[in-house]
Ligand binder design. Structure first.
Ligand code: ZN
Length: 166
């Protein structure tokens, strides 16, 4: 069986893996780090199922510019506000993602150490252990990366950003 090379996870950069599901009747690809997966595929021919599931995993929306990664990150409401009104056009981030120029940054407004106000429910609002996502998010393209410990604290990077329409 020809092995098909899987792209890294578009959300976390983790390593994907193919697995059979439904007692071998179907297959899907999932990320071994964050657990995101394709829908399960069933074609009755095992190799065709494998090909369809891996093709589904490897598909990227922005294929024409090389299938760059989308980094999904949290952002404190104060900073989020300045991004949203356009006065802040950069981000200082921990180097816990492998950022590259041309990658996209999905910035999600996050309120740390608090509980969701039940009267402000909207579709994207989501409680986690450390706080909650307001459901508001912004998409950017990374245009510049400053990764120089002479000007930027070790372990951090400064990202120049161009806003994308969603
Ligand atoms: Zn992942």
């Amino acid at each position: 069986m020809e092995e098909i090379k899987l792209k890294p996870c578009p959300f976390c950069g983790g390593e994907p893996m193919y697995t059979m599901v439904n007692h071998g009747e179907g297959g899907m690809v999932y990320c071994t780090k964050c657990g995101i997966c394709t829908t399960s595929v069933l074609t009755n021919v095992p190799y065709t199922t494998y090909k369809a599931a891996t093709a589904a995993w490897n598909r990227r929306v922005n294929e024409k510019d090389g299938g760059y990664m989308i980094h999904s990150v949290k952002c404190h409401p104060d900073y989020f506000k300045s991004l949203k009104d356009g006065t802040k056009t950069f981000e200082v981030r921990k180097k816990d993602h492998l950022y590259e120029v041309g990658d996209h940054l999905a910035i999600n407004e996050f309120v740390p150490n608090s509980q969701v106000d039940p009267y402000s429910m909207n579709d994207g609002l989501r409680q986690t252990d450390g706080g909650f996502y307001t459901g508001d998010s912004l998409l950017y393209k990374i245009t510049y990366i400053l990764d120089d410990t002479e000007y930027c604290k070790d372990g951090m990077v400064i990202l120049g950003l161009a806003r994308c329409e969603i």
